[in-house]
Structures are given as C-alpha cells and as structure tokens.
Ligand binder design. Structure first.
Ligand SMILES: Nc1ncnc2c1ncn2[C@@H]1O[C@H](COP(=O)(O)OP(=O)(O)O)[C@@H](O)[C@H]1O
Ligand SMILES: Cc1cn([C@H]2C[C@H](O)[C@@H](COP(=O)(O)OP(=O)(O)O)O2)c(=O)[nH]c1=O
Length: 188
C-alpha cells in the first residue's frame, strides 16, 4: 500500500500525518522532498530558493522523487508506506509547463510507480488566507494565495487525469472528522 497525503501548504497534511503515525505504528512514514539523504540536500536547495530557473527547480524535485521511489517506496513495498506529498505535487507545482509534459516527466522519475491511495486536503481561498497569515513563509509559499489555489486545482486535475484511487476532503472540517474520513478510506 502506497498512501500519499496531498494538499497545498497549510492544508493540514502534517496534522493528519501525526495522527496516522499513532494509528499505523508499523507503517513507513516519509516525505517529498527530503525522504532520503540526497533528498534532504535537494529539499534545502528548493526551499531556500537557490535555483533561479523554474525548470532547474522542477528537476531538483524530480531527482528527489526518483531517489525516493527507489530507496523508500519500492524497498518497502511489502509495508504500508505513507508519504507527505508525491508526484502529484510535482506535477501541480510545475505550473509553467503543460500538464501532459510534466506528467510524462514525473512518470519517468517514478518508473511508472503510482500511489495506491491518494488523500487530497482541499482549502477554500478564505481558509488559506487565514492559515497563511499565521505562519512564516518559505520561498514557495511566498508566491501568494492565487498561485496556491491554482496549484490546488491542478492537483485535482492531475489526480483525475491519472485515474488514481482518491478521496478529496474539505480541509476546513474538524481535525477529528478529517482523520475519521481518512481512516475509512484506508480501510475500504
Ligand atoms: N482541520 C483543521 N482545522 C483547523 N486548523 C487546522 C486543521 N488542520 C490543521 N490546522 C492548522 O493549520 C495549520 C497548518 O497545518 P499543517 O498540518 O502544518 O499543514 P501542512 O502540513 O499541510 O502545511 C496549523 O496551524 C494547524 O494547526
Ligand atoms: C514535492 C514538491 C513540492 N513542491 C513544493 C510544495 C511546498 O511549497 C514545498 C515543500 O514543502 P513542504 O515539505 O510541503 O513544506 P511545508 O511543511 O511548509 O508544507 O515544495 C514543489 O514545488 N514541487 C514538488 O514536486
């Protein structure tokens, strides 16, 4: 089982992952970017905005993803792997290229491995504004509200386009209700 939790910044991914970690104590918890030793270095580069070229930035994420799929997802394929973000973020955040092109690049990076379960936490514009006003921004979050809402739409489109097994959850529901919906989805 390869479960991914997706959503734009502040959607509540970390909050739900903390709850999942208590319920699934035999699962492997991981993240993109940064789930491997090379990935930690790549993560540092992307989050501090070292790359001036958007294309270079996307290739850093793709390198992280290729290593992560090989070293974490495939090496634990007999276990439950639960990942904070995935190729869905990779496709959605690479906004400057057509969806089809980025999907192809991402499928190369994952060797065609797809998640078996996708959880997308969806925020309204108003709730996103609320949450972003309460935290310090990294260089990607600093790109603004409309940018992130566009990314969220692209995430939805990507999940449908790839025909994945998914649940979309309203991220402004209570933490408990979201966690129950996630548990039901994983137990289906
Ligand atoms: N269901 C929820 N309702 C209200 N606030 C939430 C909810 N889930 C998370 N939060 C709050 O929103 C902020 C962002 O949550 P976080 O889990 O860090 O998001 P992400 O990991 O997606 O960036 C945190 O301050 C968190 O406490
Ligand atoms: C996985 C991935 C993430 N991103 C972005 C989304 C986030 O802004 C950032 C990763 O940060 P993240 O680890 O999700 O940080 P936070 O805890 O602040 O949510 O990188 C991409 O642009 N492309 C990608 O392929």
């Amino acid at each position: 089982m390869y479960v991914v939790i997706e959503g734009i910044d502040t959607a509540g991914k970390s909050t739900q992952l903390e709850i999942l970690a208590k319920k699934y104590n035999n699962a492997v918890f991981t993240k993109e970017p940064g789930g491997t030793p090379i990935g930690s270095k790549l993560r540092q580069m992307v989050l501090t905005g070292e790359a001036n070229s958007k294309l270079a930035e996307m290739f850093l994420f793709l390198a992280d993803r290729a290593e992560h799929i090989q070293e974490v997802v495939l090496k634990n394929k007999d276990k439950i792997v639960i990942s904070d973000r995935s190729m869905i973020s990779g496709i959605a955040y690479a906004q400057n290229l057509p969806l089809k092109t980025v999907i192809d690049l991402n499928l190369i990076s994952t060797n065609n491995v797809l998640p078996s379960h996708v959880i997308l936490l969806k925020l309204s514009k108003q709730e996103l504004e609320n949450r972003l006003s309460q935290k310090e921004h990294d260089s990607i979050e600093a790109r603004g509200i409309d940018y992130l809402i566009d990314i969220q739409n692209r995430m939805e489109k990507t999940i449908k386009e790839l025909n994945l097994n998914y649940i979309f959850i309203d991220a402004s529901l209570s933490i408990e209700k979201i966690s129950k919906d996630i548990e039901d989805f994983l137990n289906e």
